[in-house]
Ligand binder design. Sequence first.
Ligand code: ZN
Length: 268
Amino acid sequence: MRALHVACALALCWLLQGCGTAGTFVVPQVSYQEALMAADKVDADPNLPEFHRSAAFYKDAIQKIGAELTWDVDPICARAKTTDCHFRFHYVGDDEVNAYTDENGDIWLHRGMLDYLESDDEIAAVMAHEMGHQIAGHVSATRNRAILGMLIGGLLMGGAAVAGNTTQDEADAMSAEGMYLGAQVGILSFSKEQEREADLIGAYVVARAGFDLDRAGGLYDVLAKMDDQVVARWNNDHPAGPERVVAWHKAVAEVRASGDQLPTLAGP
Ligand SMILES: [Zn+2]
């Protein structure tokens, strides 16, 4: 069954054209060797410093930083052909180490994540990353690919069940499992590329707003300390921490070398 899972996953990757497909912008490439060297430098301290602040502090900081991040973001949206270039930021007062953007274009920042960030620049990097997902249209793309993956997965596994002379109940179960697997691959196969692209866009957004790119990169050091893998496995939905550190440094060099502080469009 596991071999079938892998075969189906590979088939889905191919059918969905999700593996390595270019996004909106050209994203920095990170070799295994580069990721390995970065992983060596990560000081995997299990006791990461935490900076506990009040809800009022965070709410105020998020609105102020959000205003700075958005005042000059329009040129990036225009280059990505993003029609809705409005961003709303919200504070979530719980311990979850998370930040995300939803289908309505709202960006949510959990206290659990913010408590690990030392400076406004690092907080700006998280917020700009989420803006990057929106600017590149990742939310709707992910939903559509999950639906497509679910349909193809259901067909593949259902077909395999019929070919294997299973009972109707077994075939239905395999088809359902295929739909679940397909939905996962539909999301996951794009997600790592989307994360890389959101990191890149985030660097440009942070730079245009006048935040310190070196201090903002502290976010990726924190994430690398939380994730000791060198490179992400195929079924992980985020690039591994050290890989993101290298990509961030490459993005920063790219931003500084660019005349117009705009990322390079992918494709013809
Ligand atoms: Zn993300």
